[in-house]
Design a protein around this ligand. Structure first.
Ligand SMILES: Cc1ncc(COP(=O)(O)O)c(C=O)c1O
Length: 380
């Protein structure tokens, strides 16, 4: 059952960032929120909590952890030990607290641009220094630069912040690559934080392998970040998981201040449990819509903006569009916002490699996507 996006008039009543940042004549295809209705089991769980006045602190509660472990086992065949996980506020906090736990101030932390812009901020927030090892592009697809990573690790980088699946490309790293990363990290004593927030949104033609499942090396070096917040649009209710899979890493987690865990939103815990346990059919419906829009975007670009290039993502609802052929400069998103009234995320926010690109959020109705690309096409 395909899940359809809400009508625009209803979406405009939302007050989250996507629907409050721009005036009503702008199509907001920027921040990673979706236009789908909330999954009914999640809405019911949140309504029940509100009706009960069940809006206190989370306390010591492992229900979200156990629901995630069930989801991970059923979806990816990955056995997660809830006793080796913590919940916390959101994936941003997972990354910052994990890095704080794993590095010393001034240590270098590798990222692979073009990549999710806040990575550039999380690392200094945790006391680290950003080191860039850009992805390789062979003209057909992107991949991690394993030689570049090895050079950075050998030269003293202490951690690697992996984006898997990779935002903004929807790139699902293949298992052999993950095994190679884990082996390199183990050889050079580098910690790996694998941000897997987009994993539940892996498309039907790809296969997601959790980093911590690939090898003993991965379990020794790694920490994974998970959340229901992208797949079920729950960013505002605040709950994410720090997942470890070795006794040493779990002991490090337990040594974190208890506040890291008890700042989890109680409503976030309730919504997360409902999502992972009861939101699976709804997620399948959302993926049908996204995969259909992924094809539609290619058709629309070919028709209205043939100089623009785009490779279909294999996970999530973000599309990385190359506008360089149009001669709209390094930040095509600026002209597109001003003249076409469509808000995209600026390419350079993702690193130098983003010059001439912009990120398009396709978790909207086909009608909105169509009109947005038609508007851009009129700028040619
Ligand atoms: C790769 C990636 N990591 C982290 C986040 C932020 O997650 P949270 O809202 O849970 O902090 C996002 C949000 O889009 C993301 O795309």
């Amino acid at each position: 059952m395909t899940v359809e996006a809400e009508p625009l008039a209803r979406l405009r009543q939302r007050t989250s960032e996507k629907w409050s940042a721009y005036p009503d004549d702008v199509f907001p295809l920027f921040v990673a929120e979706t236009d789908y209705p909330l999954a009914p089991p999640i809405a019911a769980a949140l309504h029940a909590a509100i009706d009960l006045g069940d809006t206190g602190y989370i306390g010591e509660d492992d229900r979200a952890k156990r629901a995630f472990a069930r989801f991970a086992r059923d979806t990816w065949g990955w056995e997660v030990d809830p006793g080796r996980t913590l919940t916390t506020t959101d994936v941003s906090v997972v990354i910052v607290e994990s890095l704080r736990m794993l590095i010393e101030p001034g240590d270098r932390v590798v990222i692979t641009p073009p990549v999710y812009p806040p990575f550039y901020e999380f690392i200094p927030e945790a006391g680290g220094v950003v080191e860039e090892v850009p992805l390789l592009d062979d003209g057909a697809t992107w991949s991690l630069d394993l030689d570049g990573l090895e050079r950075a690790f050998a030269a003293g980088a202490r951690a690697f912040l992996l984006c898997h699946p990779h935002n903004p490309l929807g790139l699902v790293h293949p298992r052999p690559t993950l095994e190679a990363v884990a082996a390199l990290a183990a050889r050079y004593g580098v910690a790996v934080v694998s941000d897997e927030i987009h994993a539940p949104l892996t498309h039907s033609d790809a296969s997601f392998t959790p980093f911590l499942s690939v090898s003993e090396d991965a379990r020794t070096v790694g920490v994974a970040a998970h959340s229901a917040s992208k797949a079920w649009n729950l960013a505002g209710v605040k709950c994410a998981l720090i997942v470890t899979a070795s006794e040493d890493r779990a002991a490090q987690l337990r040594a974190l201040p208890v506040e890291v865990e008890v700042r989890t939103s109680h409503l976030g815990r309730i919504a997360t449990e409902a999502a992972f346990d009861d939101g699976r059919p709804w997620l399948a419906g959302i993926l049908e819509s996204v995969e259909s829009n992924r094809v539609l975007l290619g058709r629309l670009l070919a028709e209205h903006l043939p100089e623009a290039h785009y490779r279909e993502p294999h996970a999530s609802y973000l599309a990385w569009v190359d506008f360089r052929g149009l001669g709209w400069g390094n930040e095509p998103a600026e002209r597109i916002l001003e003249e076409a009234r469509v808000a995209l995320v600026r390419g350079l926010d993702f690193g130098r490699e983003g010059a001439g690109f912009a990120r398009v959020n396709i978790a909207c109705s086909p009608e909105v996507l169509t009109e947005a690309v038609e508007r851009m096409g009129r700028l040619r």
